[in-house]
Write a protein that binds this ligand. Structure first.
Ligand code: SAH
Length: 204
């Protein structure tokens, strides 16, 4: 998988090493485990999907930005099966991850504990407004698509912080927003395909 990611243009060796060290097959249902290392998005129940390895690699590489700014505290919106969360946990001091589907999060909580990952704080909530009570984040990653970033979320991005997310509706693009001293700077990148960010929570 790592070799293919390199061929597909993922250059950050830190990201590649981390992705090579996490057993991705443990994040999908057993029936799909044999396909876990292919470059495809796979179903993870409740109509959601685990992002493809390239997508995870690309988003993580963009968030890390070559390591020029320390990633102490990072917010992820859309925990899903927790693979991206586990990747973040290896390159960030503290990960806060929010998921709206309760049973998905319960399963992920167990999975991350079994993998010995302890620097992740999981929250069952609608994450679209972020976690204002936790304060500002060095990085914010969204793994579901939205048409526009809410102001309240932008306000949680620390100066020198970076946000990576898919933007759009029918056509979607990976976007980066950097919080610079001059303000917020947005860059539009690769075309992608994500499930939508939805309001409210699901308990069971
Ligand atoms: N990174 C995950 C992606 C899962 S798909 C993985 O690879 O498994 C996107 C996830 O975002 C879904 O689990 C979906 O339930 C969640 N989601 C969508 N809208 C949300 C919201 N408003 N708040 C929190 N999570 C949300």
């Amino acid at each position: 998988m790592v070799e293919r990611l390199r061929e597909q243009g993922i250059k950050d060796e830190v990201v590649l090493a981390v992705m090579g060290s996490i057993p991705r097959h443990l994040f999908v249902e057993e029936a799909l485990a044999s396909r876990a290392y292919e470059d495809v998005a796979l179903p993870i129940n409740y109509g959601q999907t685990i992002s493809s390895p390239w997508t995870v690699g690309r988003m993580t590489e963009l968030l890390r930005n070559g390591g020029i700014n320390p990633l102490r505290k990072v917010l992820e919106i859309g925990t899903g099966c927790g693979y991206q969360t586990a990747v973040l946990a290896k390159i960030v001091n503290e990960v806060y991850s929010v998921e709206r589907i309760g049973p998905l999060l319960t399963r992920t909580r167990i999975r991350l504990r079994e993998l010995g990952i302890r620097n992740v704080h999981l929250k069952h909530a609608d994450g679209i407004q972020g976690l204002p009570e936790i304060g500002s984040f060095d990085g914010i990653m969204m793994t579901a698509v939205i048409p526009e970033i809410p102001e309240t979320l932008l306000a949680q991005l620390a100066v020198n912080g970076r946000m990576v997310f898919p933007k759009g509706s029918k056509k979607q693009y990976l976007c980066v927003i950097d919080h610079t001293l001059e303000g917020f700077v947005e860059t539009v990148l690769d075309e992608v395909m994500f499930v939508p960010m939805l309001p409210g929570i699901i308990n069971r």
